[in-house]
Design a protein around this ligand. Structure first.
Ligand code: CTP
Ligand code: CA
Length: 228
């Protein structure tokens, strides 16, 4: 895909991207997670690298090969993902959040496997809210100053344009990308809806690899010029 990029539209940029689901442990053998293959995020990472960016990919538990030349950090939980993001965001000029972060985690972790006691009783699980990684980064000083361009993703089951428009404002990001359903999870193709302050446009159904390339081009057009 490197041939798609002449000139390299992300030359000089450092891109940090999250991908895949997170896994929130209940006990040593169980947990809760989200449905996410990580394919869209990995495709964007590959396209950004081919476009000349230095790319760091923070990945939840997925079985995907690391795109060539991309630095990959594997994490499990939302809190680990936030920590990895925070320790790599300082020099980034672009942050893209494609991860399907679990909104809640079990309030406590059982060191030992929870056993059935034979009575038919089920364990009561309590949850607490996870940190919002995208909102945290978008509220940082560098993002607010315009030195870090933040992009969010949204998977919605209905009213995509309305939800994506509202989510862009709520998260405080210049660009929000919606997955046009239904059921693109795990598939090799997708269709995207780009929502920014000026309006929206659709990237029609294509392979995730091709959409990654198109998204990188759309992104490059929206970026503020790099400071020398
Ligand atoms: N996101 C994040 N950290 C979270 C939750 C979401 O970084 N704890 C990011 C996702 O990676 C995505 C964007 O925020 O880029 C939107 O995620 P989404 O789940 O659609 O939004 P929520 O704010 O969690 O709202 P809801 O799930 O209720 O629609
Ligand atoms: Ca969510």
């Amino acid at each position: 895909i490197a041939a798609f990029f002449a000139p390299k539209v992300l030359d000089g940029h450092q891109l940090l991207i999250t991908a895949g689901p997170t896994f929130e442990a209940i006990d040593p053998v169980r947990g809760i997670t989200n449905l996410s293959s990580g394919k869209m995020g990995f495709a964007i990472a590959a396209a950004a690298k081919a476009a000349g960016a230095e790319v760091t990919l923070v990945a939840g538990p997925v079985h995907l090969p690391t795109p060539r030349g991309v630095q990959r950090i594997n994490v499990q939980s939302a809190r680990q993902m936030l920590e990895a993001v925070q320790s790599h965001v300082a020099h980034a000029s672009i942050f893209i959040a494609t991860a399907a972060v679990a909104d809640w985690r079990p309030a406590s972790f059982n060191d030992q496997k929870i056993k059935k006691d034979g009575s038919g009783d089920v364990p009561a699980l309590a949850f607490v809210e996870n940190p919002d990684i995208l909102a945290t980064v978008a509220q940082s000083e560098r993002a607010q100053r315009g030195d870090l361009y933040c992009v969010g993703f949204a998977a919605e089951s209905h009213d995509l344009l309305a939800h994506a428009t509202a989510k862009r404002v709520r998260k405080g990001v210049p660009l929000l990308v919606g997955n046009i359903g239904p059921a693109t999870f795990g598939q090799d193709d997708n269709a995207l809806l780009l929502v920014d302050a000026h309006g929206h446009r659709e990237l029609p159904r294509a392979s995730k690899a091709a959409l990654g390339v198109q998204l990188v081009q759309e992104l490059a057009r929206r970026l503020p010029a790099l400071q020398a």
